[in-house]
Each structure stands twice: as structure tokens, then as C-alpha cells.
Design a binder for this molecule. Sequence first.
Ligand SMILES: Nc1nc2c(ncn2[C@@H]2O[C@H](COP(=O)(O)OP(=O)(O)OP(=O)(O)O)[C@@H](O)[C@H]2O)c(=O)[nH]1
Ligand SMILES: [Mg+2]
Length: 338
Amino acid sequence: MAEGARGAPFHLEWIARSATAIGHWKLVIPGVLSAEDWTLMAFKAGYVAIVGRPNVGKSTLLNRLLGQKLSIVSPRPQTTRNRILGIKSLPGAQIVFVDTPGIHRSEQRFNREMTRAGLRAAGDADLVLWMVDAEAPETPDDLLILESLRRVKAPCYLLINKVDRVGKPLVLPIIDRFKDRLPFREIVPLSAASGENVDRLEALLERDLPEGHPFFPEDQVTDRPERFLIAELIRERAFHLLRQELPYAVAVTVEQVREREGRDLVDVGATLYVEKASQKGIAIGAGGQMLKQIGQQSRPAIEALLGRRVNLQLVVKVREGWRRDEDALRDLGYLDHP
Ligand SMILES: Nc1nc2c(ncn2[C@@H]2O[C@H](COP(=O)(O)OP(=O)(O)OP(=O)(O)O)[C@@H](O)[C@H]2O)c(=O)[nH]1
Ligand SMILES: [Mg+2]
């Protein structure tokens, strides 16, 4: 008789590995059970797109679900500019979350590109989470999202975020307002910031995902390379520190990530691009103060990501009108959405 059948604990990883051998069936064990209690369930795997207007809290939710900072967050709208995968591997499922740029109407080429990325992610997903902000009034952008989601075949949940900011009685009228607009599979009020109800959301998703093999190795967390994540951490600080329109004119690329031989130190070289010569001085600041602050504030997060001490070299360059320039958008990684 196998040890497990006598009630001794099985090692969960071992179970998962053995189970992979029988197709996409996996043994799902809530805690440690004896062999008689095993339940054979289908392994679930799928893409879950998080879409919504800018600033509703999509990236905050992605980070909360993953338990780590993958996607940058700021109090300003249009922070996220790329589609970013956050891969969550559970004993019985792999949920591939897709964080997306906020969907909004705009005449600008760059903004339209971001909105397109959000809508495309919804079209490609197995399940769509439409996130709204409990505090924000409706705008015509909600109609744009609604019209697009009506054409999406995948089931859709409505997430009402930031419930920590409004009392429960105020959530009910929001549910009433939205509930008949789409045949929502679920309506989940939650707080991405505090984590309230996020576990419940995850359980519902696991229930509703299709059966299938995992898409990524169990230990992979994102599809984005390390250099992208570093560039984003620098851009996040620039977003927080720069004023007015300047955050939107900034793009960051990382040219160098090199370990110093024999030392616990990594040299990181990055460029902060602005759109006009007049913006360069502001991004550098008097006596280099602004650039220094951006570097100082982003370094701890980069060190946490790399698990090493970091020597960060930042320079500022002008890429004239990059937001309107197809080649520049491609070079800066903004036209790489599959
Ligand atoms: N109080 C509260 N604030 C939240 C919550 N979720 C997000 N926020 C805040 O809302 C702001 C926007 O959050 P993001 O996660 O960047 O929003 P987003 O939807 O990804 O925004 P874009 O990338 O611009 O589309 C930040 O200041 C967050 O701290 C929440 O549940 N409660
Ligand atoms: Mg975001």
C-alpha cells in the first residue's frame, strides 16, 4: 500500500508532477488528505483579461493576485502602456492574467494604440474581467467598453473596485446600474488595494476556466523580460515625480544589465526619453536633482526584482515627437502587442 493511503502526507509537488502524466487531469488536494479522500478533477487553464477605463485599479489587482509587483501603479490615468501577463500556477489550475492599458477615447495615435491593446486582450481571453471604479462617475468610455464587450464571446465578470472607499450601501446602486447591460457571469465588489474579496474572485475564476494543459512552466510569473520590468520601475517613479504632461512624454529603455564579476552588484544602464528638447532640462532638474530622485526612488524596487545590489546609471535623451512616430513607438516597445 502506498504511504499516502495510510494517511501519511504526500508531497504536493510530487502529486502535481505525477498527475501531469495522465493528460490534463491533475489531482487536486485541499490540504493534506489520505488517499481515499483524493478527488480527481480536470486541470483548468486559461487567459483572464483585466480591462476597464484608465485608473480603475487593474494593475493593482494584477499585483495583488500574483502577490508581487509586476505591473506599475500610479494615481494618474494611462499608467500601463503594454499588455502584461501575470501567470498564477495553482495545484489545480493555471490562470494567465492579462493586465491591459486603460480603454479610452482619444485622437492621439499612441493612446488609440493602447486602447486597441486592451480591447484585443478582451477578444483573445477565455474570461474577461471588466473593472469599474466604485467612486468614479460614468463617462462615454464606459459605453465604448460595453459596446466592445458585447461582441466578445468569452464570459465576463463585472468587478466593482475600490469598495474600501465607499460604504456597502453605495455598492448596491452600482450593481443595479450595470447588471442588465451584459449577461455577467459574476458581479464581484472588491478592493484590489486591501485585498477584500480577491480570494473569492480567484476561486470563481478557477471554477469557470476551461479545462486544459498549463500554458507556461509552473515557475514562470510573466512573459515580460527583466529589462522591461526594470524600465517600468523607473518609469513609475518618473510618473510619480514629474508634473503635468511630462509623465506622458516619458519612455524608458534599459540598455545594460551586467553583473560585476566577483561582487554582489549589478550595473544597470537606462535611458529616459522625452519628446522635446525643452523637456530635457525639466527631467534632469536643477543640478541633476530630478534625475537623481528618479534613480534613488526606483533603485530599491530594481534591487528587490534582481535580488542584488544595483548601480543605476540614468541618462535623458530627446526622441522628437516619439508618441506620433511609428518607428519610435516600435523601438520603444509600444507596438509589440501580439
Ligand atoms: N482606495 C483604493 N485605491 C485603489 C484600489 N485599487 C487601486 N487603487 C488606486 O488607484 C490608482 C490607480 O491604480 P492602477 O492600478 O494604476 O490603475 P489602472 O487601472 O491599472 O490604471 P491604468 O494603467 O492607467 O489604466 C492608484 O493610485 C491605486 O493605488 C482600491 O481597491 N482602493
Ligand atoms: Mg495599469
